[in-house]
Design a protein around this ligand. Structure first.
Ligand code: SAM
Ligand code: SF4
Length: 487
């Protein structure tokens, strides 16, 4: 359930992606569909790059495909159900075309491993997130009639040397992975099990990718990681706990990486996701403030407003710590957009503790957020230690209360933005009208305005004079100058 702007774009869930391939040779057609978070969509671009290199072309019609890959999400039970339903659609085609191969990639593949091959008879290939380089040989195995699987997790793999093929892109905004995996072990979360240990990517390769994106016309990059603030590069592989003092001195941290990417070009916007409250430093916040082209928006998931629940969740911070981080953001960047994730109905959570989440929301007044009912995941710390004992109907009522509060806060934010100028990066036509363009301001709010002679990829200054509950509406007053986006 979400309110306001999207980081997970629901309209793209399950979208099959089409790309031109100059190396087309084998004539084989790939149907590639992705679910879940942005990281998965970014991984699909790596998968496409590997297979395009082998001469594959893509199709948006799975009935004509030689191979179907589904890049899956395991974060909540309903994400997995969606994939299982989708596999049923492919069963019918496979009956007609015996040569068709079906592969499952990503987090669900990693979680279920060979169990997948047993449970879903039509699946031929199972590949975890760190094994995509092995895809061509796994496909060969499957073509020889053997079931193919590689779910080995790596401590080093970052796919740093691969140039991703931009899939389903608006040709303006691109995603760049900066870390893989996660070491945080939040008790509710399956990610450490499906994506393995946290590792950071060589900053040189990140800057190179950002430069190439800019040179190909992109004007915004989003740096992706499960916890971007814990990014640290000291030559690869190593985790910060094992770095010597000397290695730490010569390392690149997240604030420094932000600056390196911001310096690629002042016309390239830099976004990042996701920040973690326990690791977000003032150094990072000052760096965001320092560069006009680092967007003034921080996605800072809180999960709960109650310290006892936060401790059970193993989040590594308290309510007070979180509110102090928010105070720092507001002090250093008063105009900063702030968004969140919240889980409601976590094990043993009382009514009073639920109210703490509502009161924290009142204190922060988020711009937008993603709100979820707790879904118990196999093998997680919470599944082993705690009972999933909040009744379903209580979870439903609580999430509704949370969503209602967020709706109100989002509409306050939207109304606040009316009557002001915003620097907007144009992303393309608005969804509702071919006569209107859409783009975002620095805070990530969507703004639509009449098309005129403007084109995607350009910056314009838009005066906002109207709004709906989640969209700002305005008129272009001039081309985007180097200035703060909200005045
Ligand atoms: N790494 C990010 C972080 O720590 O905030 C986000 C990772 S996760 C892909 C996105 C969100 O899914 C989390 O912030 C959390 O709110 C939600 N989530 C994760 N596990 C969940 C579970 N078992 N039940 C419900 N929501 C869950
Ligand atoms: Fe999951 Fe926590 Fe890691 Fe986010 S930080 S991916 S919620 S374990």
């Amino acid at each position: 359930m979400s309110s306001g702007n999207k980081i997970i774009d629901e309209s793209k869930q399950g979208e099959a992606l089409l790309i031109e391939n100059s190396k087309a040779g084998s004539g084989k057609k790939l149907f590639l569909e992705s679910y879940g978070c942005q990281m998965n969509f970014s991984d699909s671009e790596i998968v496409a790059s590997i297979l395009m290199d082998k001469g594959y072309t893509t199709t948006q019609n799975y009935e004509e495909a030689d191979i179907i890959f589904v890049n899956t999400c395991a974060i909540r039970d309903n994400a997995e159900q969606k994939v299982r339903n989708r596999l049923n659609d492919f069963k019918r085609v496979k009956k007609k075309n015996k040569k068709l191969l079906v592969g499952v990639l990503g987090c669900m593949a990693e979680r279920l491993k060979s169990q997948f091959l047993e449970q879903e008879k039509l699946v031929d290939i199972v590949v975890g997130p760190d094994s995509y380089r092995d895809l061509p040989s796994l496909i060969e195995e499957a073509e020889d009639g053997r079931k193919a699987i590689n779910v080995i997790l790596s401590k080093e793999e970052t796919y740093a040397d691969l140039t991703p093929v931009r899939l389903g892109s608006n040709e303006v905004t691109a995603f760049i992975s900066i870390t893989r995996g996660c070491d945080n072990m939040c008790s509710f979360c399956v990610v450490p099990f499906t994506r393995g240990r946290e590792r950071s990517r060589d900053p040189e390769s990140i800057v190179k990718e950002a430069k190439e994106a800019f040179e190909s016309g992109y004007r915004e990059v989003t740096l992706l990681g499960q916890n971007v603030d814990s990014y640290i590069w000291a030559g690869g592989g190593l985790k910060k706990e094992v770095l010597t003092e000397e290695q730490k001195l010569n390392s690149v941290n997240f604030a420094q990486l932000l600056e390196l990417v911001a310096n690629v070009n002042p016309e390239l916007r830099v976004r990042f996701s996701t920040s973690h409250p326990k690791d977000l430093t003032d150094e990072v916040i000052h760096m965001i403030a320092k560069h006009e082209n680092i967007c003034k928006h921080i996605h800072l998931p809180v999960q709960s407003g109650n310290s006892r629940i936060l401790e059970m969740m193993n989040r590594g911070y308290t309510r007070e710590w979180y509110l102090e981080r928010i105070a720092s953001i507001k002090r250093i960047i008063p105009e900063c957009g702030i968004s969140m994730d919240i889980i409601t109905g976590f094990c043993s959570g009382t009514e009073e503790e639920h109210k703490d989440t509502l009161s924290l929301m009142e204190a922060v007044k988020y711009d937008f957020g993603y709100m979820f009912m707790y879904s118990e995941r196999p093998k997680t710390l919470a599944e082993r230690k705690y009972k999933d004992d909040v009744p379903e109907e209580t979870k439903r009522r609580r999430i509704q209360e949370i969503v209602d509060v967020q709706r109100l806060h989002s509409s306050i934010r939207t109304t606040d933005a009316v009557g002001k100028m915003h620097k907007v990066l144009i992303e393309g036509l608005s969804k509702k009208s071919n006569e209107m363009l859409m783009g975002r301001n620095s805070q990530n709010a969507v703004i639509v305005f009449p098309k005129g002679e403007y084109k995607k990829g350009e910056y314009v200054n838009v005066f906002v004079d109207d709004c709906t509950s989640s969209t700002l509406i305005g008129k272009v007053i001039g081309e985007g100058m180097k200035q703060d986006s909200m005045k």
